[in-house]
Design a protein around this ligand. Structure first.
Ligand SMILES: *Cc1c(COP(=O)(O)O)cnc(C)c1O
Length: 375
């Protein structure tokens, strides 16, 4: 049995080695390293895959979120609502831009932003909502878009973990994760569901004006060469990463299917155990399982992780501390107990190995080892 890893990028690479190497070699041979043909090719392929009008490649997912918030003409002190149970980048960019992050709780079942909590957080200063489609499953976009419309708010989706996931609206309309709000953001960090061999990210929008503004903002605020209409940043996807992504995008659906297979194996193995709560599914969304995250009930998490480690099985805690209890984000508005669901999740979640290359044998060994400890 191969060594079990949280993410097995090596085995995945072996299967597409020739194609990826040829793509990278082509970039080197043409020395078109920045804004080369490969970046445009990948952009077009991704627009087609997502059925979205504009994909704007950038340097990473955090930049994508920052640039998205830079183009909305927000003013210092404007409030941006986001869930407290997420990766820090979501809040970081809000704080960096002098906007006010307003944190809200999440749903116990799906880990995604709580609609009740969101409704209560809206004030006259609220300008935008950043739902995070955590672990690969879309948040309740029917409700979020409705609330946004009623209150005249922008929706910027953090789709860094959910590329390829689809949302099915109440009226039956199907849309890709990241393509439902005004702007969507994703990351191509190597371990993400569509990962490159370094850093990368992209912004999605169906709005032509926003797309033009995003392109300019990612390129020093430049519309005509050396004429700067906005304060911008320098954020680019490079051609070598685009070459890798162009190949991997062709395999994304197959990669998703592999993750879903592993998740259903885990679900089946754990479904009858009262101490293990398998991930709750939103019936309006497909789940692309960036992470497979269990909630533990009356199980010593640290000891479980030690037990798994002793068998060569890695396990991780995503995330151990909610944003409102992070040192850098301490705020008199929120103390311990402010968001009980997120706090409970941080104490009880554990994520098992999840990637595209998990074998039957590995899955059997992982589930057996978990159940052996939990009893
Ligand atoms: C990975 C991630 C980001 C940041 O992406 P980078 O490419 O690492 O900058 C932002 N939000 C979420 C939810 C993520 O998982």
């Amino acid at each position: 049995m191969n060594k079990i890893q949280m993410v097995d990028l090596r085995s995945q690479y072996e299967k597409i080695r020739e194609e990826v190497n040829a793509g990278i070699q082509e970039v080197i041979d043409t020395t078109s390293f920045i804004k080369g043909g490969k970046v445009v090719d990948f952009q077009k392929d991704l627009e087609k895959y997502l059925n979205v009008k504009h994909v704007i490649p950038v340097a990473n997912g955090t930049d994508a979120l920052q640039i998205a918030l830079m183009v909305l003409d927000l003013k210092p002190g404007d409030e941006v609502i986001l869930p407290t149970f997420t990766f820090i980048a979501t809040a970081e960019v809000v704080a960096l831009l002098g906007l006010t992050p307003v944190l809200v709780d999440v749903e116990y079942d799906t880990f995604n932003i709580s609609i009740d909590s969101l409704k209560k957080a809206i004030t006259p200063k609220t300008k935008a909502i950043v739902p995070v489609h955590l672990f690969g499953q879309n948040a309740n976009m029917d409700a979020i878009l409705e609330i946004a419309k009623e209150n005249n708010l922008f929706v910027v989706e953090d789709a860094c973990q959910s590329i390829g996931s689809e949302y099915i609206f109440k009226d039956g309309l199907k849309m890709h994760s990241g393509c439902m709000g005004e702007i969507g953001c994703t990351s191509f960090f190597p371990s993400k569901n569509l990962g490159c061999f370094g850093d990368g990210g992209a912004i999605f929008t169906n709005n032509d004006e926003l797309a033009a503004r995003i392109r300019a903002t990612a390129n020093h605020g430049m519309v005509v060469r050396y004429y700067h209409d906005f304060v911008g940043v320098n954020s680019r996807l490079d051609s070598i990463q685009a070459a890798v992504l162009e190949v991997k995008l062709k395999h994304l659906d197959e990669y998703i299917a592999n993750r879903q297979f592993a998740a259903s194996y885990y679900n089946k193995a754990f479904s009858n155990n009262k101490k293990l709560i398998t991930p709750g599914l939103n019936t309006n969304s497909t789940h692309v399982f960036h992470q497979y995250t269990l909630k533990l009930v009356d199980v010593d998490r640290a000891e479980l992780i030690k037990h798994l480690e002793s068998k060569g099985i890695p396990a991780m805690i995503y995330y151990p501390v909610p944003l409102h209890l992070q040192k850098a984000y301490q705020d008199e508005r929120y103390g311990q107990g402010a968001f009980p669901v997120a706090e409970k999740l941080c104490e009880s979640v554990v994520s098992l190995p999840m990637h595209t290359e998990l074998t039957f044998e590995q899955l059997e060994f992982i589930t057996k080892s978990v159940l052996e400890f939990v009893g």
